[in-house]
Each structure stands twice: as structure tokens, then as C-alpha cells.
Design a protein around this ligand. Structure first.
Ligand code: GLC
Length: 566
């Protein structure tokens, strides 16, 4: 198997992970200090969210120099040191490659916007307006219309995300060359691959046809806010897709991914690509595009139920089978936030363990979002001036101006929409600022005060019953039990509402996983599952520690059982 199939990944959000120089912002010296922590946790690979120089309109996803390091994070030497230190611990590092757009402060864009005849003009998407307005009715998914008028040259430029993130023109070969060279720069330094940001939106429909849905971004966000039932959510998603469908998934992507793959193949070792977009089509036939794409439907389904996991696995594994694709599961990230925030607080500790057990025992490469291992939750931003993610401020302003909401309503909606809520600094200890930065510093985003309620690394470290130690135990088990990594997945109990049960089976081992998603005891009986031929059950992990007989497994409320069948 390849390293990226057996590895457990950990997403570091550099700004919030560890502050080495005490200025309230995470940095490379801080990350280097925490590598031992990650190693002891059982992490094999790190995905680093963007660490490049950026004016930070989109928290680093607006890059102004693709081959540099943001000064607040350190220097290129610090980066190399981080990479070497990770490698010396046997850990891999992948970077975030943002291809769709640059920052509007990138020298390429500054040149491009300077005049219509500049050689870089065609590096971005510039169009004349129509009937005194923008070229068409397309929306940005972050801040209103997709077109920004530029007075200097009297044309509009296109941006799928914030207006500070102009889209590159990927139909221009010079753009491709420049970006591929940036990728080579990091590959040469030794990085092990990339997470590809927003690749689905790289190409737009060339004839710029209107969507004509009657929706703009403010009314879409409002529909999202009012869609609470599962059916309403489904309708909202359909409406969202109708409003954007000329702006993503356009022809040309497969060819581009193949070319990018061949750039990685110029370098020794198995350099890998994982795609943000949920479309498995980009795995390519014959493994000549991406290696993995995230199983976002699983993340979107949290809080999981036995039925939703079974359905997800059935669909996902069926999609992956024809291309021989390898699954990649996650429950949270810097956009969706911490998955534990979606549980009701009384059940959260138990559900956090159940969900983690699912993530770490399903077939596929798991990605853990920093802070999820200690149960970090979301912070409700209560001050408009505290928003760092422009999405929060944009929603607030639009709600007031366009939808005439009250301040309280708009703030509540913005606090729910902003991704800041799940990006707060990592909680290292029960000391001021959660141990993230010294008391004298002010952290770039407020620290969630619940660090004082046991949600911090230092308190959980020595406590055998903590979520942190639960992660350590399960990650150790995963390493010791090959079937949990390479084994085929077979769902059992197809109709159970309360028990999620499955087998993970390779040539030499069959592992049974049974999870009780209910708050009452349940019995898992062999006879209802089929594998009654197994008469020996060796317990690998049992949350409740109840000893089980040959014929049935007794599960306490929210219990987790992992055993080997012989
Ligand atoms: C991806 C990133 C998100 C960012 C967007 C634009 O979706 O995950 O954080 O805002 O791309 O780069």
C-alpha cells in the first residue's frame, strides 16, 4: 500500500495552531515545538493550510506570493526546518495548493489590472460590461456578484470567491506554467504532496451564459438560514447548484489534473494529491489524476446515525469501485469547523468518541482537524469587529442593508455563517489564552473560554478517560491491526436504527466493529448477522469494558466494541 493510504492525517491551521514567538499568531517555530505532540498522538502526516504571504482577506486562501512564507509565520528557513523535523519523525507534510485564484495584491494581478495591454492582462478573466452592468448574472459564493468593476481600465474581472481573490485564467498556458513552477518549488524542497483547494471552480463556461435563477447571494444565504428540515436543506443545495452550475465542473479539468499529476511524477517518492471537491471523477482512470477526494457527504451528515453511515459507505464505495479509488474520510476542517459543535452538549462527549471511532475504523485515510482530538467546539462571535473571516462581516452587512434584519438577527446569522467560529486558537492548557499565547499577547481570534472546562491538551494528557487519550488508544490500535487499514468493509445489521456494525477483513484478519448510537444498553447477537461461524472473539477495544460471550455482545449506552474474529 502507498503511504497516503495507511497514514492518518492531521490538518494544521497555521494561524491558530501554536504561537512560538508570543505575538498571538501561530507560526512555524510553534508548529515545530508541537511535532512531538503530534507524533505521540499517532499522526503520520500533516496537511498545512496556506502558509504563504497573504493580505488575509480569506485567512491565507488569498495568496500574494506562491513561493514564500507569510512573515508572521516565519521564514523559508523556518519552513524547511519544520519539514525536516517532520520528516525526521517519519511524518509526511502536504501543502495547500490554491490554483483557482490569487490575492488581488499578487504582483501578477497588480500588473494585470494596470492596463488592458499589459502582458499579464490575460492571466485573469477580464470582460466588458453589458447594458451598463456586469457581463452576466453570475454570483460569487462569498460576497455578492461575481464581477468587480475596475475603474482604471473600465472592465470587469471575475471572482468566484471574495473580490480580493480574482480568478486566474487557466485557459492561458502561461498561468499553468507559472503555477506548476510554484508547485515544483515546494516539491523540490521535499513536500510530500498537496491538498488542492477549490479545483472544481478552475474553469468557467466560456460563453458566460446567464443562470437566470432569480437568486443572488444574499437571498441564497437567507434561504440557507431558513432551511432547517432535511428536505429544505436538500432543496437549498439544489438551488445553490442551479445558481452556480456554469461556474464549476467545466470541461478541461481532467486534462489539467493529468498534467499536474505528471508534474508530481517528475519527483521521486509517492507525492500525493487530495482534492477538496467531492467529485470522485477526478481520481481519473488509472490513477493519473488525484489520489483521493474527501468524503464530504460523510462530514455533512454529522451527527451521524447508523443508517446515514451505512448509506454513505454504500454510495461512496460504489462510486470509488470503478476507478479503484481509495476513500478519504473527515469530520471537520477550517470551513466546516469542529464536528463536536454539532452535538447537544450532554451527549457530546459520548458522540465525539463514537464519531471518532467511525472515522478511524472505516475504510479510507482519515483526516483529523486540529483541536478535534480534544473536543474543541465553536465560539459564538458576539462583536462585529471580532470577525476575521469576511464572510461574517459580509452576511451581517447584507442582512441589515438588503434584508432589513435587526442588529441582533443579523449578528446571529453572521456568527453562524462565519468560519471564524471553528478557527479559534488551539487550546493547549488551562492558563490564560488557553496556553496558545502569553497573557500579554492578544490572540488573532478570541480563544474559546471553554479551555477552562477541561477542553485543553494539558488537562487531558494525563487523564486516561479523556478524548485525547481515546484518540491515542484508537490510533495505536489502528497501527497494530492491519485489517483496520487495508481490510474490505462489509456493513452488518442493515436495518438497525441504533447499532452500527461492520466487518473489516483482509487476507488474514477479520475485525468486527459495533457502535451503540443509543443511550440505552443494546445486544448485538451473532445470529442476526450471519458470521455465526466465528466462535472466538478477541476483544481489541471495548469502551465499557463489559466482557462478552461467544453468542452476543452486550453494549452499554454509546458503547464502542472492536474485536477480532477467529
Ligand atoms: C476552499 C477553502 C476555503 C477558501 C476557499 C477559497 O474552499 O477551503 O477556506 O475560502 O477555498 O480559496
Amino acid at each position: 500500500m502507498k503511504w497516503w493510504q495507511t497514514a492518518v492525517f492531521y490538518q494544521i491551521y497555521p494561524r491558530s495552531f501554536a504561537d512560538g514567538n508570543g505575538d498571538g499568531i501561530g507560526d512555524f517555530p510553534g508548529m515545530i515545538q508541537k511535532l512531538d505532540y503530534l507524533q505521540a498522538l499517532g499522526i503520520d502526516a500533516v496537511w498545512l493550510s496556506p502558509h504563504f504571504p497573504s493580505p488575509m482577506f480569506d485567512c491565507g486562501y488569498d495568496i500574494s506570493d506562491y513561493t514564500g512564507v507569510a512573515p508572521e509565520y516565519g521564514t523559508l528557513d523556518d519552513f524547511q526546518h519544520f519539514l525536516d523535523e517532520a520528516h525526521s519523525r517519519g511524518m509526511y507534510v502536504i501543502l495547500d495548493l490554491v490554483l483557482n485564484h490569487t490575492s488581488d495584491q499578487h504582483p501578477w494581478f497588480i500588473e494585470s489590472r494596470s492596463n488592458r495591454t499589459n502582458p499579464k492582462r490575460d492571466w485573469y478573466i477580464w470582460k466588458d460590461g453589458k447594458n451598463g452592468g456586469p457581463p452576466n448574472d453570475w454570483c460569487s459564493c462569498f460576497d455578492g456578484a461575481a464581477w468587480e468593476y475596475d475603474e482604471e481600465t473600465s472592465q470587469y474581472y471575475y471572482h468566484y470567491f471574495f473580490k480580493q481573490q480574482p480568478d486566474l485564467n487557466w485557459r492561458n498556458p502561461a498561468v499553468k506554467q507559472a503555477m506548476f513552477d510554484a508547485a515544483r518549488f515546494w516539491l523540490r524542497m521535499g513536500v510530500d504532496g498537496f491538498r488542492l483547494d477549490a479545483i472544481g471552480t478552475i474553469f468557467e463556461r466560456p460563453d458566460l451564459r446567464n443562470h437566470n435563477t432569480g437568486f443572488n447571494l444574499a437571498s441564497l444565504r437567507d434561504l440557507e438560514r431558513r432551511s432547517t428540515t432535511p428536505e429544505e436543506r436538500r432543496q437549498f443545495v439544489r438551488q445553490w447548484i442551479r445558481t452556480f452550475h456554469h461556474q464549476f465542473g467545466q470541461p478541461g479539468l481532467h486534462e489539467l489534473m493529468k498534467e499536474l499529476r505528471s508534474v508530481l511524477n517528475e519527483f521521486p517518492g509517492d507525492r500525493m494529491l487530495v482534492g477538496e471537491d467531492a467529485d470522485v471523477a477526478y481520481l481519473g482512470n488509472g490513477h493519473d489524476e488525484l489520489n483521493m477526494v474527501f468524503n464530504f457527504p460523510l462530514m455533512d451528515a454529522v451527527p451521524l446515525t447508523p443508517a446515514s453511515v451505512r448509506k454513505n459507505q454504500k454510495n461512496r464505495l460504489a462510486l470509488l469501485a470503478p476507478v479503484n479509488g481509495w476513500p478519504c474520510n473527515t469530520l471537520g476542517n477550517h470551513d466546516a469547523g469542529h464536528f463536536i459543535a454539532r452535538f447537544n452538549p450532554t451527549e457530546a462527549p459520548a458522540l465525539a468518541r463514537l464519531h471518532t471511532a467511525v472515522l478511524l475504523t472505516l475504510r479510507g485515510t482519515p483526516f483529523i482537524y486540529n483541536g478535534d482530538e480534544i473536543g474543541m467546539t465553536h465560539l459564538t462571535i458576539s462583536n462585529v469587529s471580532d470577525f476575521r473571516d469576511l464572510l461574517g462581516s459580509w452576511v451581517y452587512n447584507e442582512d441589515i442593508q438588503q434584508l432589513h434584519m435587526t442588529h441582533d438577527q443579523a449578528l446571529a446569522h453572521a456568527a453562524e455563517t462565519t468560519r471564524d467560529k471553528g478557527r479559534t486558537p488551539m487550546q493547549w492548557a488551562n492558563t490564560s489564552n488557553g496556553g496558545f499565547c502569553p497573557p500579554s499577547a492578544s490572540p488573532w481570534l478570541p480563544v474559546n473560554p471553554n479551555y477552562a472546562q477541561g477542553i485543553n491538551v494539558a488537562d487531558q494528557d494525563p487523564d486516561p478517560s479523556s478524548l485525547l487519550n481515546f484518540h491515542r488508544r484508537l490510533l495505536t490500535l489502528r497501527r497494530q491491526v492491519p485489517a483496520l487499514i487495508e481490510g474490505e468493509f462489509t456493513a452488518l445489521l442493515p436495518r438497525s436504527r441504533y447499532l452500527l456494525a461492520y466487518l473489516r477483513k483482509n487476507a488474514s484478519q477479520t475485525v468486527l466493529v459495533v457502535l451503540n448510537f443509543s443511550d440505552v444498553p443494546r445486544i448485538f447477537a451473532w445470529k442476526s448477522t450471519g458470521p455465526s461461524k466465528y466462535n472466538n472473539l478477541h476483544t481489541l477495544y471495548s469502551a465499557s469494558g463489559i466482557s462478552n460471550s461467544k453468542s452476543a455482545i452486550r453494549l452499554a449506552p454509546f458503547d464502542i466494541f472492536i474485536g477480532e474474529l477467529q
